[in-house]
Design a protein around this ligand. Structure first.
Ligand code: SF4
Ligand code: SF4
Length: 403
């Protein structure tokens, strides 16, 4: 049985048929699949826990074959394989090969520590789209202290090199952390020297079992604003005109009736045991996919889950406390973390509050700068929903901002 809490799927009809449903026209384009919950690293900020990601649950290769067929039927084009450490699965490359036979574009998230030359050769042959490797510092000692495994930095960096030598697109990924916030330039230089793109995530998320102690690894909203967001090369997409309006509440990143994110709409996630999630950060599942079991197909769960409906229907206006919150104009609330921290999709949560506070501080700073600004000089100012999305680096935002 899944250790993820099951929230509920409407019972099948008596005939076993899937009832017509108002969301029938909604098709996810991307799926994130947890293939392996085990990990041989022990990163200090990891959001997984044995309670939410038990090590023993795995789908077989035959089950993945069936699941990929259903994902394709649902309209999915892009698969991301994540863990745990996906390379701990001995049949990982067989799963990738299967996904490629189903004609999915495949991206891998890994520490890279188990990638050797032979694996890199096979990944090239399989034409994976991208491999994302987590590297938390340019300094091996800092990275190894963070992963709590000596030698992990050398292996991750070697993997990025091996993959790039074979022409595979690589992304060096890191959260912005207390241990690296003062050396982001060096981290970017490391990525450039490896021919890798870089993606920085300004947030650290609570563990999916509700433990918030890992948030200490992240930087405060004030530090994030002062050291990261104000740097035009990291976040230049700010618009001059909106800062004052964001501060006054005249303008908001998201309207009251806007969809909050792509969870259960553009994306679907599948846990290692087949449990279906609205997105990869949901701590509770919408039902467990089972090959060939009536009422347990992906389409059945996608169309019949009360939880997925609740996610799709949630708007800012139905978040519980946002109407009275001073951070409302700069917030983009995450339902998954409302559920993690308070068991409630509509609840405020640390990750959302943190991001909103950083943007609020930045808007205030820029509004002050605007007030002093001489006529005709444009300063980079915070503005629209994509405010902290830096300029695309080879088509990719440098700063990943969705929680
Ligand atoms: S910080 Fe919390 S209460 Fe305020 S707008 Fe964001 S989610 Fe709502
Ligand atoms: S904002 Fe939260 S709920 Fe939405 S996709 Fe991102 S992590 Fe999931």
């Amino acid at each position: 049985m899944s250790a993820l809490v099951h929230i509920g799927t409407r019972p099948e009809t008596r005939s076993g048929a899937v009832p017509r449903h108002k969301w029938r026209a909604l098709h996810p384009q991307a799926a994130q699949l947890y293939l392996e919950n085990r990990c041989h690293l022990d990163c200090r900020h990891c959001y997984e826990s044995p309670a939410t990601h038990p090590p023993a649950h795995h789908l077989s290769l035959a089950e993945y074959d069936a699941l990929f067929g259903e994902l394709a039927s649902l309209g999915v084009l892009f698969l991301t394989f994540t863990g745990g450490e996906i390379f701990l699965r001995k049949d990982l490359l067989d799963i990738v090969a299967l996904a490629r036979r189903h004609r999915f574009a495949v991206t891998l998230y890994t520490s890279g520590t188990l990638i050797d030359e032979a694996m890199a050769d096979r990944l090239r042959a399989l034409k994976v789209s991208e491999v994302h490797v987590s590297v938390y510092s340019h300094d091996a000692a800092v990275h190894d202290a963070f992963t709590q495994v000596p030698g992990s930095h050398t292996k991750s960096v070697d993997a990025l090199r091996l993959l790039k030598e074979r022409g595979i697109t690589t992304v060096l990924k890191a959260n912005i952390l207390r241990c690296n916030v003062d050396a982001l330039d060096e981290l970017m230089a490391l990525a450039a020297s490896l021919g890798a793109e870089i993606q920085l995530d300004p947030t650290v998320r609570p563990r999916l079992d509700g433990d918030t102690s890992v948030l200490d690894q992240g930087v405060s909203p004030e530090e994030l604003r002062r050291k990261v967001l104000v740097r035009p090369e990291l976040a230049p997409a700010f618009r001059r005109h909106a800062a004052e309006e964001l501060c006054s509440g005249e303008r908001k990143l998201l309207d009251d009736d806007a969809v909050l994110c792509g969870a259960a709409r553009d994306v679907v996630a599948i846990a290692a045991d087949g449990s279906v999630l609205a997105c990869a950060f949901f701590p509770t599942d919408a039902g467990r996919w089972q090959a060939g079991v009536p009422g347990r197909s992906l389409e059945d769960i996608w169309l019949q889950s009360d939880q997925l409906d609740a996610v799709r229907e949630r708007r800012f206006a139905t978040m519980h406390r946002c109407g009275r919150c001073e951070l409302r104009p700069t917030c983009n609330p995450c339902m998954a973390f409302g559920l993690v921290e308070h068991g409630d999709l509509g609840a405020c949560n640390s990750a959302s509050r943190h991001g909103a506070a950083a943007l609020r501080g930045l808007a205030e700073l820029k509004a002050q700068a605007n007030a002093k600004m001489t006529r005709g000089r444009a300063l980079p100012i915070v503005g629209e929903r994509d405010v902290v999305v830096a300029p695309p680096l080879q088509g990719r935002p440098l700063l990943q901002t969705e929680p």
